[in-house]
Design a protein around this ligand. Structure first.
Ligand SMILES: CC(C)=CCC/C(C)=C/CC/C(C)=C/CC/C(C)=C/COP(=O)(O)OP(=O)(O)O
Length: 406
């Protein structure tokens, strides 16, 4: 385990909701664990959301790592990369000046980026509008990342999904390696290749997203929230980690880099949990259940109940817990938006507020996510945009304290 991660988490069995409270609160957990560690305790249990320290026994000397620990290591690696790259930036600028692109190469690249923008405008209209507020360079980098994610997702969700094999995903990963090494395969890859050469973007979240697609090919059930969390990280948390280096952290931010990445991760997880709750019926019709099996059982629900799609009181209670958890991830994400560069805050706030309202809509549908698709109507969408703008303007003051440097 990484030296900067001196903690072990063991979500208490049969206390899944209390346990999941911890997933969105990693920095707080770390602080608590540091304090527990200094008191000679090194393993924690969660009980009703409260930490109870237990002493380390030899039997748990090497407990299996939870998904949150594995994912948090990626967060730390990303944060470290930003610091490293800041030092190298001066060098890169000199290098770029020495090798002025030929007109043709520059034109091709501009064309590739513009095409990425068109794809983004077509499939994610609101987000695209938001990106127009960013500086031209950041905006086109966000488009390039968006297009790569969309293409990756389409491999398992698009029209050719039934022909996709693990081998095809291996080939897609090979292409990813090549574009990171400066050898793009097509124009969309060329745009991303240029982006990753300019911003401190690590390859790991991209590889992890492909891993999420592999998971989707072989798995249609999730044993517990730990498994579901890992899936959500792979397919959506990764997007948060890819975006921060491009969106940029505000120069005046006092937050630690790792806390901003953690908020970005939380937003990806929150969005994906919301997506899952909205699409329960649709997924069930494809034989898939992206809900923690242990929590379903605790609520007295079975796969059959999901396939039958009847809204019962048991289902409503189960859904209330799931919605509450998704909102906690949104809350965690909100703390980080203010730390982003000012031009990046508005699109992030806008998409956050819009997606969060899908949860309200599930409630308004009396938890019928079997036969009704929760959505946010145009009026509400437009009403959210000035709210998002207001929040973006208000941002700037850091809500995250920098951790004490030892
Ligand atoms: C909060 C901070 C510090 C930074 C923001 C970092 C970002 C941009 C995080 C966002 C991550 C993100 C957009 C993840 C994707 C989540 C998701 C479930 C997308 C759904 O995509 P579609 O499947 O196209 O959605 P619809 O089905 O709703 O159209």
């Amino acid at each position: 385990m990484s030296g900067v991660l001196p903690w072990v988490i063991c979500p208490k069995e049969n206390a899944s909701f209390a346990a999941t409270t911890s997933y969105s609160l990693v920095p707080k957990i770390r602080a608590q664990v540091r304090s527990h560690n200094s008191k000679g305790c090194s393993r924690l249990n969660f009980s009703s959301g409260v930490f109870a320290a237990a002493s380390l026994s030899s039997a748990v000397a090497n407990p299996p790592r939870s998904s949150v620990e594995k994912v948090y290591e990626v967060v730390l690696k990303q944060a470290a990369l930003v610091k490293e790259q800041k030092k190298e930036r001066a060098l890169d600028v000199r290098k770029e000046k020495g090798q002025t692109d030929s007109m043709t190469r520059g034109d091709l690249l501009n064309g590739a980026y513009n095409r990425c923008g068109e794809v983004c405008a077509e499939y994610a209209k609101t987000f695209y509008l938001g990106t127009l507020l960013m500086t031209p360079e950041r905006r086109r980098a966000v488009w390039a990342i968006y297009v790569w994610c969309r293409r990756t997702d389409e491999l398992v969700d698009g029209p050719n999904a039934s022909h996709i094999t693990p081998k095809a995903l291996d080939r897609w990963e090979q292409r990813l390696n090549e574009l990171f090494e400066g050898r793009p395969y097509d124009m969309y890859d060329a745009a991303l290749s240029n982006t990753v050469s300019k911003y401190p973007v690590d390859i790991q979240p991209f590889k992890d997203m492909i891993e999420g697609m592999r998971m989707d090919l072989k798995k249609s059930r999730y044993k517990d929230f730990d498994e579901l969390y890992l899936y959500c990280y792979y397919v959506a948390g990764t997007v948060g980690l890819m975006s921060v280096p491009v969106m940029g952290i505000a120069p005046e931010s006092k937050a630690s880099t790792e806390s901003v990445y953690n908020a970005a991760l939380a937003l990806g997880i929150a969005n994906q949990l919301t997506n899952i709750l909205r699409d329960v019926g649709e997924d069930a019709r494809r034989g898939r259940i992206y809900l923690p099996q242990d929590e379903l059982a605790q609520a007295g629900l079975s796969d059959e109940d999901i396939f039958n799609g009847k809204v019962t009181d048991k289902w409503r209670s189960f859904m209330k817990v799931q919605i509450k958890r998704a909102r906690m991830f949104f809350d965690e994400a909100e703390k980080g938006v203010a730390e982003l560069n000012d031009a990046s805050r508005w699109p992030v706030w806008a998409s956050l507020l819009l997606y969060k309202q899908i949860l309200d809509s599930i409630e308004a549908n009396d938890y019928d996510n079997f036969s009704k698709r929760a959505y946010v109507g145009k009026t509400k969408k437009f009403a959210s945009l000035p709210v998002a703008y207001g929040r973006a303007l208000m941002g700037g003051s850091s809500k995250f304290a920098k951790p004490a440097r030892s």
